[in-house]
Design a protein around this ligand. Structure first.
Ligand code: MG
Length: 433
């Protein structure tokens, strides 16, 4: 049976993501991985789920190292000296959610083959370990300081004033301290752990970051940093109070990091091809695919417009803390607003259409036919349909989780972008009917 999605398993705690399910994953994991590091974010159900998972891992014969409340990149980094890592988190989902994500020693999340292996083990009747070989659990409180040292050894000084919005999550235990050690004056928001997320919803989208924006402006800070609930994501606010989301930061990192190859999903800007030519590797939409491709191609950097950044020099896990430190280091040389204003930008238009989920297969077949009839030489099927034109591109894809068709268009001029979008919409409307 399929239990895992591209981001592990996530659902409403005790309804979709049950203790039984969590225990069975842990039991199956223990039969294959004997030395496991376990951590969690600050969600209210985290301790209960972690206890059940620890019990099942030990009962399956695994040794458990419990690192407590940490960010996802910290847990992934702590996996480097173990067989695997288990993180109990629901990332940026609302407070009633929880979930599990599994990690390899190189910081990559479990790939499809590994998840399928766990799924097939879950469907089998697994035997508990003999009483003499049940595992034990040790507590380790050094995971955060080790991750911090790893970041600081790769980063320079910066004497900036930075506001950090920790989303009431475990970012509060690491990001402000990393930036302080770099030489920054740090002011924190939502820096107490609270799984109810009283400060703001844990997704770092623009509408959730008005407090951060106000703080940056009123304190005249150089920039603001915002994380999601488990800090694998990072976005920013510039010194003028403008939101610097994933689209902007992807371009900024790609230009400023001095890398020669970049991995990005099919919906990210074509500027990357202008800059890196053949050394841009496109993936399906989702951070796990970006990380997989970075590993596969040996690329130097991978990014996703959702705000996830992969720096293989530290780990294959998207690391919001390392990304924050890198951004601050970059901003020590030039103001973030100036950096952003100097970035080229092509108009990008987005549109979402709803469709009847029961017609999904028919709609896909219709799209295939309609797009084939356009006679384009380049249609990329990495994720949905990505159509390349002389002066732009369009992506039509059906969401994997909702009955929504998303259209993204980018072109060198607004007129052309509008023209392509109109064409794509007319095709899409015919197909969903
Ligand atoms: Mg996350």
């Amino acid at each position: 049976m399929r239990y895992f999605g591209s981001s592990g398993i996530r659902g409403i705690a005790y309804k979709e993501f049950t203790l039984d399910l969590a225990s069975r994953i842990a039991f199956a994991t223990a039969s294959r991985y004997r030395d496991v590091v376990l951590g969690r974010d600050a969600r209210l159900t985290g301790e209960a789920f972690t206890s059940a998972i620890a019990a099942s891992l030990m009962s399956g014969g695994a040794e458990v190292c419990n690192v407590g409340i940490v960010t996802t990149p910290t847990l992934a980094y702590a996996s480097r000296s173990r067989d695997c890592g288990v993180m109990v988190t629901a990332s940026h989902n609302p407070p009633e959610y929880n979930g599990i994500k599994l990690w390899n020693p190189d910081g990559s999340s479990f790939d499809t083959r590994q998840m399928e292996e766990i799924e097939s083990l879950m469907d089998r009747e697994l035997l508990a370990a003999d009483w003499k070989s049940v595992g034990t659990m040790t507590e380790d409180r050094n995971a955060i300081s080790e991750h911090m040292s790893a970041i600081l050894s790769r980063i320079g000084e910066a004497r900036l004033k930075v506001v950090v919005d920790c989303a009431n999550g475990p970012a509060a235990l690491i990001t402000p301290f990393v930036l302080e050690r770099m030489g920054c004056r740090v002011i924190t928001l939502n820096a107490h752990l609270d799984g109810r997320f009283p400060g703001r919803p844990p997704e770092p989208v623009e509408e959730n970051l008005s407090s951060l924006r106000n703080a940056v402006l009123s304190l005249k800070a150089d920039l603001g940093i915002a994380h999601d609930g488990d800090a694998d994501r990072m976005v920013a606010i510039d010194d003028k109070g403008r939101y610097a989301g994933g689209d902007v930061l992807l371009k900024l990192f790609a230009r400023e990091l001095g890398v020669k190859s970049v991995v990005a999903p099919v919906d990210a800007t074509m500027l990357l091809e202008d800059w890196f030519g053949q050394n841009v590797y496109r993936t399906r939409v989702g951070d796990a695919y970006v990380s997989e491709m970075v590993k596969q191609r040996g690329a130097m950097f991978g990014g996703e417009p959702s705000g996830t950044w992969v720096f293989p020099e530290i780990s294959l896990c998207p690391d919001g803390i390392f990304a924050a430190a890198k951004l601050v280091e970059i901003c020590a040389k030039k103001k973030l607003s100036e950096l952003i204003d100097s970035l080229p930008s092509f108009p990008m238009l987005k549109e979402t259409l709803r469709f009847d989920q029961s017609k999904r297969d028919t709609i896909l077949a219709n799209l295939e036919r309609e797009i084939a009839s356009m006679g384009l030489s380049r249609v990329d099927r990495t994720d949905g349909f990505r159509l390349s034109f002389e002066d732009g591109w369009a992506l039509i894809r059906l969401s994997g989780t909702e009955p929504k068709m998303r259209i993204v268009v980018e072109a060198r001029t607004v007129e052309r972008a509008k023209e392509i979008l109109a064409k794509m919409k007319s095709i899409a409307e015919v197909c969903v009917r």
